[in-house]
Design a protein around this ligand. Structure first.
Ligand SMILES: [Fe+2]
Ligand SMILES: [Fe+2]
Length: 468
């Protein structure tokens, strides 16, 4: 399953043998390139960037490195190898062969899920449109661009499915994916988290840690799908997505490291003094974490959802790593849900969003634990923490409930008064922006973040990852 790079659209789906599909995608391609030129990191179009491009979908082929100008990046369509004799692993169609076409009665449900997933990919490129101007190092600048081009490719992945399996509706949806824009008051992106601008690198690292991780869990549950092309697409996207979360985890870890160095040097954890030295104090990190974690939690949807139940029942979307569960039907099982009114028992199928969110929270804990190890080793008492799943929620049973980050119900008036202590204030954001100076000398790094432990693809940290 090698990827054919002699084609206008690199692919491993034998596009050359489906002329109509090939023509439709070749018609969409220049629109994508115009979108990239307008909404992507266009001030860096002439830069040579040391990027990873997939040349195959196996372990050897998926990461080939070299200097590329971003507008020349070979975005393409790459599906993971099919699993022979694969059967549907959950829901009412359990045990039946997977589908190579979308079943007619599930068309609109599949389409909605693919469009919603697809919409987040270009959205994040738009959110990060200007970020390159304040990069803390060339290493980080390269990572930003790597994430950007891969999110562009993920858009291709979803547009391929829309074009290949949803006819004219699918082609219209593919146009819509380029017409909506992050933060556009008239035509915004579908999910609110993807309408927040990412104008500083701390937000970028929090986004790649928390929001890309939502992506990981959505892709993992779609990788289980009974619609095989969707499953194979998502399986390959997951290999790329891992790097985005690596950027987030190591990014936050390097900020913590630098802050601890400054705290040690000054012999204090006083946030003002830490800031005076150009580092980001730990309480500010906690407020950014609170914002991006809670915003990403909302992406999983309401705790009780008939949509989630029917997606599971119909073989569209399972739990991540479905095979780790014993019961793949979940037609009888109940789920204990915590609500502001107390415990409530709901059918497990209806609680699938909550099951997904639970796995996500566990995964988020891993990085927080590592960051706290750093703080502990440096001899400070401060600990970062994920806020309670009840805190600062915009959807679901806890929406607008006055709860503190520990999950305790508070009198409304006290909550309103204290909320600014828990989320980034205007002053926090202004401070964080103030330390974002652009550093583009090879091997140099901004004062608010520690250098990475190692470079990309065994190259030294000082390597000139972007030639401006
Ligand atoms: Fe993505
Ligand atoms: Fe991503």
């Amino acid at each position: 399953m090698t990827i054919d790079y002699s084609e206008r659209i690199p692919n491993n789906v034998d596009l050359a043998n489906d002329r109509a599909l090939q023509r439709a995608l070749e018609h969409w391609q220049p629109k994508f390139q115009d979108w990239w030129g307008e909404m992507g990191p266009n001030d860096f179009s002439g830069a040579d960037v040391y990027l990873r491009t997939a040349v195959g979908v196996d372990a050897q082929g998926w990461a080939s490195y070299g200097a590329v100008k971003m507008p020349d990046y070979r975005w393409g369509i790459f599906l993971a190898e099919p699993v022979p004799e694969r059967t549907i692993g959950f829901g009412d169609h359990f045990g039946q062969p997977v589908w190579q076409q979308v079943p007619g009665d599930l068309r609109s449900q599949f389409r909605r899920i693919i469009v919603t997933q697809g919409d987040t990919e270009p959205a994040s490129v738009e959110q990060q449109h200007l970020l390159g101007h304040t990069c803390p190092s060339l290493y980080d600048l390269r990572n930003l661009f790597q994430v950007n081009v891969e999110e562009g490719r993920h858009l291709w992945a979803m547009v391929y499915l829309l074009h290949a399996y949803f006819g004219r509706d699918g082609r219209e949806e593919a146009e819509g994916l380029l017409a909506r824009h992050s933060g556009d008051p008239d035509n915004p992106r579908i999910l609110e988290t993807f309408n927040q601008p990412i104008s500083d690198w701390l937000s970028f690292f929090m986004f790649t840690y928390f929001t890309d991780r939502d992506g990981k869990f959505q892709l993992k549950s779609l990788a289980e799908s009974g619609f095989d092309p969707l499953s194979r697409t998502c399986r390959f996207m997951l290999t790329e997505e891992a790097h985005h979360m690596f950027v987030g985890e190591t990014g936050v870890g390097r900020v913590v490291k630098r802050t601890l160095e400054v705290m040690k040097e000054l012999g204090t954890d006083d946030p003002d003094k830490v800031r005076g030295h150009g580092a980001i104090d730990l309480p500010t990190l906690q407020r950014y974490l609170n914002f991006w974690f809670t915003s990403s939690m909302d992406l999983f949807g309401s705790e009780v959802s008939s949509n989630a139940a029917s997606s599971f029942a119909n073989g569209i979307k399972a739990r991540p790593d479905e095979n780790q569960y014993a019961d793949h039907l979940c037609s009888e099982a109940q789920f204990e849900l915590e609500t502001p009114q107390g415990k409530e028992s709901v059918s497990l199928r209806n609680a699938m969003n909550e099951v997904l969110r639970g796995s996500y929270v566990k995964d988020c804990q891993i990085g927080v634990k590592r960051w706290n190890m750093q703080i502990q080793r440096a001899g400070f008492d401060f600990r970062l923490a994920l806020p309670s799943a009840r805190f600062h929620r915009s959807i679901g049973v806890w929406v607008n409930t006055p709860v503190d980050p520990a999950g305790q119900l508070l009198p409304r008036e006290q909550y309103d008064r204290q909320l600014p202590e828990w989320l980034p204030s205007d002053a926090d954001q202004a401070f964080v922006r103030s330390v974002m100076q652009r550093i583009v000398q090879p091997g140099k790094i901004a004062g608010w973040i520690a250098p990475p432990d190692r470079g990309i693809n065994n190259l030294p940290v000082e390597y000139e990852y972007v030639r401006l």
